[in-house]
Design a protein around this ligand. Sequence first.
Ligand code: HEM
Length: 475
Amino acid sequence: RRRREGEPPLIKGYLPFLGHAFEFGQDALKLLTKLQNKHGDVFTVLLAGKYITFVMDPHMYPAVVKHGRQLDFHEFSDQMAPASFGYPPMRKFSGMGEQVQRSFRLLHGDHLPALSKTMLRNLLQVMKHHFRSDQGPGAWQESGLYEFCHRIMFEVSLVTIYGHQIDTREDLEHLRDKFEKFDSMFPLLVARVPIWLLRKTQTVRKELISHFHPQRMAKWDNPSEFIKHRSEILHQYNTLGDLEHAAHHFAVLWASVGNTIPAAFWVVYYLLSSPEALSTVRSEIKAVLGLEDKQLSFSEDFTLTHEQLEKLTYMESALNESLRLSTASMNIRVALEDFSLRLDAKKSFNMRKGDTIALYPQSMHMDPDIYPEPEVYKFDRFLEDGKPRMEFLKNNKRLHYYLMPFGSGSSMCPGRFFALAELKQLLCVLLLYSEIELLPHAPLKLDMSRSGLGILPPTKDVQMRFRACNFEPEE
Ligand code: HEM
């Protein structure tokens, strides 16, 4: 490829085909910052056979998001998702993509309270199980914090979204183990390494998919409206086989826990690392719920209305701050035609049909002009005079987008409101029912090898200890 007049600077790197893929895979933010310093806010770089144009200035993000007619997200996702999860592209089935998009409404708005209620019931049940110690009530247990969040969020999300399953807890542990194995290879699948080259991953994926066989799912108790409706949509297409149905459901499982698990880890980790944040958020929960000095026991019931969740403004700020520090998603669009992409009053670039355009919001989240001391966790960063802060500036100009863990425009995560409710509920239950402390550890690092895929996990787990307050053992 040669750069044509009016196109962004073209960076091919030294390696034919691969270009800068290795550096991108090791630390995307570092590479993109280096290229931005050298070539400006917009450039095209070769990454493993693909030319991707990055728009780095967040003031230009709205222009990219608004070009919905020429810049499409589903063109990309309909290639990536089938290759990763093993179902045929939706565009082959007339109307399926549109119906699936419409079904996302079942994840928010009026449907959210019921989903959150089921989630809380399941969360309490699963937590109660994990907090029961063999050493008797009041005894401390130790675990890796990541491991702990993985266990809880996987099981609770699974049963909330798909319903209670006939399997034993041991079966669920096997399923979780397979999910972890698949997820660890996910970056390779997204990089389009064919699954047949990854034999073990192929086997694990088959097993995970078969868990969602329609005949099995038919026996599960109380699935969410979202999943019931998705099954109805899939059943309209009689050329779609049972295992292809199952692969669709498996993809939704990944979407609903792949990011929620690492997000839960960082939210809890940062709170436990900051005594001021912890005590402020704990007091806020107690004040909003009218519990004052009370510590709850797992035998006591607990409800949390949507209005109460919304009043937890310190918690929400702490949550946003954790997402800011840990997210590294990439917003990808594909040009549907040759056109001129106008980014501001002075800049526009020619794009070719089929070109990929990307936003990489981690560079905005770590920009010291927008977020002073960007590496530091400041739990109240997203508050101003006790209210949610909406104004963030770059070059003294207000930013339209300043926090993007859930993507933007047409590819914005449809599960974002549910995800925030889940994370808030997790914190409420942990802080009201338990004592939990981090054990001494070296500073944590983000696993940059998953850059571009969403919330990054830590490179290493951290040990913690926990116990229930006022635990009353069940007969
Ligand atoms: C903290 C947790 C979460 C984060 C950070 C997150 C982030 C994202 C992002 C960035 C995307 C867009 C992907 C892209 O642009 O390529 C996305 C898509 C999606 N998310 Fe989430 N997500 C979270 C939780 C959830 C949950 C709990 C659900 C479902 C219950 C969910 C369902 C989905 C679905 C179905 C899509 C695909 C949408 C489409 O095809 O248009 N997500 N998520």
